[in-house]
Ligand binder design. Structure first.
Ligand SMILES: [Cu+2]
Length: 182
């Protein structure tokens, strides 16, 4: 019994060391990819108390071509890559199953009314003039995934966009994601 116990502990320690080594390697890969996908002007939309979802927007430029396949943040239970488009006068948004295509050398804009990172199950309101950590997951042509960590400022709205229009779209987003608006 004693022998078995010691052996188990040793195996656990070995597994832990292996996991740590893997994490370090993955981190190094993420950094390499972070160099090849440029993230510009990221911002998250501020929320009010009780609001459960918000959007994160930015411009992405991939040097070699990639896809944005996932997103997460400690402030949200769920993160997804969404597209939003007008269908029969109704704004509809849905997750992109295969992620957002980032053609080599072309800047793809995530903006209100279009592609966005959706943060859902927010754990609390996102106050203007604060920042939130956001992790983006990219996949290369071979499907190899890497992560990029961002510090994203929280703003009421983007520069150069109409407040009214955005307000209307946020309402739509809330209705779709919350389904319990009073
Ligand atoms: Cu969305």
């Amino acid at each position: 019994m004693q022998t078995l116990n010691t052996h188990t502990q040793s195996a656990t320690r070995k597994a832990l060391r292996l996991a740590l080594a893997t994490a370090i390697t993955a981190g190094a890969c993420g950094f390499a990819l972070a160099q090849s996908v440029t993230v510009n002007n990221p911002w998250a939309r501020a929320t009010v108390a009780g609001q459960k979802a918000t959007g994160v927007f930015m411009q992405l430029t991939s040097a070699n071509g990639a896809r944005l396949v996932g997103a997460s943040s400690p402030v949200a239970g769920v993160g997804e890559v969404h597209e939003m488009k007008l269908e029969n006068d109704v704004m509809k948004m849905s997750p992109l199953k295969d992620g957002l295509e980032l053609p080599a050398g072309k800047t793809v804009e995530l903006k209100p009314g279009g592609f966005h990172v959706m943060l859902m199950d927010l754990k609390g309101p996102l106050a203007k003039d604060t920042t939130i950590p956001v992790t983006l997951v990219f996949a290369d042509a071979k499907g190899v995934q890497t992560k990029t960590e961002l510090t994203v400022p929280v703003n009421a709205m983007a520069h150069g966009h109409g407040g009214m229009k955005q307000g209307a779209m946020m309402k739509q987003g809330e209705m779709m994601k919350q389904g319990d608006m009073k």
